[in-house]
Write a protein that binds this ligand. Structure first.
Ligand SMILES: Cc1ncc(COP(=O)(O)O)c(C=O)c1O
Ligand SMILES: NCCCCNCC[C@H](N)C(=O)O
Length: 364
């Protein structure tokens, strides 16, 4: 198969899916895939056997979830436009407005729909200012308990999303306690509550049983159906980006140029200034792996290999599912990676490829 391509490994995906299904069984909490993180719909039918549906950040995502991900479809967006709302409502089971302004604006249009409101509790676990939903002056949700209580009879649910890559159960629990303290009265008036994404509960060491107990207790206290919106937790470790070395140079360090680009194919890493990962990253030969775009800093990272790299060598970058395929772009006209799936029986099939016509069609 011609590189570059993303390779989704269903057996790795299954490990996460089984934990998600266990959590639902043990806690009653439903999990909806956050399509902003992962929207590769060829594996939606597989994931839907373990998850309860999908949630979205836009009209197009909600349509994709409604069409391709069996189960419930939640609609959320930081802001809907007037011309979008009818189509949004036609493609969802619940709509969650980001602000009271949007709830008011679309009050008549959404009157016969199940409606919710995003609440910003003012605390988060994000270590990145750019990804901190509770950063100062955040636009992500309403924060004033009195104003939220005043519209409670027009909604039946609340959505909180304030965790970010949080693998610390105690921190999650403490933040939930703050939410209960601040918004408890309104929570008692709701039928459902989404606690968003960002909880790394599929991690190897995560105390899943404690999370299940806490979610069940929360649901019973307020008499609500709890939802989670895992993105990363659902697909972490489930895909690689497969690339080939095209050329090597030496400029104080060993450099290998591959047929891909971090800016075009793993952009999230560049945004957060994190290196890519390879496994194993051992050996006595140190190499910097670079992308083929013109960006001087198009560098995947520095890794260890057993032997010097040479043109034709294959490299797999790990963890290439979340916020990766959804952000791929046509910078420099670098060939967009295809998408392949490794089935549970080990066979690999290419489900999408991109060519010059796709590049040309992306602009006009
Ligand atoms: C409202 C909402 N739900 C869920 C998620 C998914 O978060 P994660 O991929 O960290 O689990 C996000 C991330 O932006 C979000 O904003
Ligand atoms: N690995 C670097 C941090 C990633 C942060 N992901 C953010 C997810 C989402 N956009 C959010 O805002 O919670």
């Amino acid at each position: 198969m011609q590189t570059p391509f993303y390779l989704i490994d269903k057996s790795r995906l299954l490990t996460n899916m089984q934990k998600i299904a266990w959590l639902r069984e043990a806690s009653g909490a439903k999990s909806l895939l956050a399509l902003k993180c992962f929207a590769t719909w060829s594996v939606f039918d597989f994931m839907a056997q373990y998850m309860d549906g999908s949630t979205s950040s836009s009209l197009y995502e909600v349509k994709l979830g409604f069409e391709k991900f069996p189960g419930e479809t939640h609609a959320y967006s930081v802001a809907y436009a007037d011309h979008e709302i009818a189509e949004v409502l036609a493609n969802c089971d619940k709509v969650i407005f980001n602000s009271i302004g949007q709830l008011d604006r679309f009050d008549a249009a959404s009157q016969n729909h199940i409606r919710g409101l995003r609440v910003n509790p003012g605390v988060s676990t994000s270590e990145f200012d750019i990804a901190d939903p509770s950063r100062p002056f955040s636009r992500l949700g309403e924060h004033d308990p009195a104003q939220i209580a005043a519209v409670a009879d027009r909604i039946s649910g609340l959505m909180f999303h304030n965790n970010c890559e949080n693998d610390d159960f105690d921190r999650f629990s403490e933040m939930l306690a703050l939410i209960e303290e601040r918004f408890g009265d309104t929570l008692h008036r709701m039928n459902w509550v989404s606690l968003g994404g960002g909880i790394h509960f599929t991690g190897a060491q995560y105390p899943l049983d404690r999370l299940a107990g806490r979610l069940r207790q929360f649901a019973e206290t307020y008499g609500v159906q709890v939802y989670l919106e895992p993105g990363e937790a659902a697909i972490t470790g489930a895909a690689t980006l497969e690339v080939t070395v095209l050329d090597t140079l030496y400029n104080g360090k060993n450099l290998a140029i591959v047929d891909s680009s971090i800016e075009a194919h793993m952009l999230d890493l560049l945004i957060y200034r994190e290196p890519a990962k390879i496994a194993p990253d051992t050996g006595t030969h140190d190499w910097m792996i670079c992308g083929k775009s013109c960006l001087a800093g198009d560098i995947f990272g520095e890794f260890k290999f057993d032997a010097p790299l040479k043109p034709g060598d294959r490299i797999s970058f790990q963890d290439a599912a979340g916020y990766t395929m959804v952000k791929k772009n046509w910078f420099n006209g670098v060939k967009m990676p295809g998408i392949a799936i490794r089935e549970l029986d080990g066979s690999i099939r290419l489900v999408r490829d991109f060519d010059y016509a796709d590049f040309a069609a992306a602009l006009s």
